[in-house]
Write a protein that binds this ligand. Structure first.
Ligand code: C5P
Length: 250
């Protein structure tokens, strides 16, 4: 696969390196199976709540043994500054590429995490979960002018930027606006990716995008879980997604 210059971020990465695979799996054995299967076909493995609560840090050591530089620790920290700072200090031992923290409690909490990083881990702010729609934002009491997810994403991305985060997580519907407002170097990770060919039943994701559209609009990484995990051949699925990324970059 040709190495291309990504003009949007100015970085040089191969198309498959844009793909983050979430290890949303219940056991270490199942997660390790996918790490071995996909390690040469994707950019990063994302460890989230389900697996970390079940298996703890040993899952990170298992990934590091297979592929040392590919960990995205998606802890979505959300607590008082003292607690998240302590959590980040403990997480420094894992040498993750990215760690996530919720933006909604403001700059103090975000900065507490950023200031506790020791080893080059980049902190990403979670703006508005892709499973939330405008109606959900209204229901949880978000003020009217911010019930449009793009406005709320921009508002929270601004907090993340001011606090020193390296970037944010948002849906593909907002990536263009975030890049326009905060520049090409502010990293944007986009989950809720659904290739046109993927069929995911009883889906909880609402603000979805295709790999092509997300990359075209400037995403630096896309998180693709179920469309790969549930595919009859996960490697084929990853290759198809990488092809789509290559087309979007060209
Ligand atoms: O592709 P799929 O929907 O299966 O991906 C699910 C993954 O995306 C989960 O690991 C979830 O934590 C992650 N996600 C995220 N940020 C969001 C929404 C989902 O990291 N806003």
């Amino acid at each position: 696969m040709a190495k291309k210059m990504d003009l949007k971020s100015g970085s040089s990465k191969k198309p498959h390196e844009y793909i983050i695979f979430p290890l949303d799996l219940p056991t270490l054995d199942e997660a390790t199976h996918y790490v071995r299967l996909l390690k040469n076909y994707i950019g990063l493995f994302k460890v989230g709540l389900e697996l970390f609560v079940k298996e703890g840090p040993k899952i990170l050591r298992a990934i590091a043994e297979e592929t040392p530089t590919k960990i995205f620790l998606d802890m979505k920290f959300h607590d008082i500054p003292e607690t998240v700072s302590g959590a980040q200090k403990a997480a420094n031992a894992h040498h993750a590429t990215f760690i996530t923290v919720h933006c909604e409690e403001g700059k103090g909490l975000l900065k507490a995490v950023v200031d506790s990083v020791k080893n080059g881990t980049k902190i990403l702010g979670i703006t508005v979960l892709t499973s939330l729609s405008k109606e959900d934002l209204k229901e949880i009491g978000i003020r009217e002018d911010l019930q449009d997810p793009t406005q709320l994403v921009l508002h929270r991305a601004r907090l993340a930027k001011l606090a020193g985060c390296s970037g944010v997580v948002c849906s593909g519907k907002e990536v263009k606006a975030v890049k326009q407002e905060f520049g090409k170097d502010f990293i944007v990770v986009v989950p809720a990716i659904r290739p046109k060919w993927s069929v995911v039943n009883a889906d909880d994701q609402k603000r979805i995008t295709t790999p092509y559209d997300a990359i075209k609009d400037g995403a630096d990484y896309i998180v693709v879980g179920r469309p790969i995990k549930n595919a009859p051949d996960p490697i084929e699925a990853v290759k198809k997604i990488a092809k789509e990324i290559e087309q979007a970059l060209s």
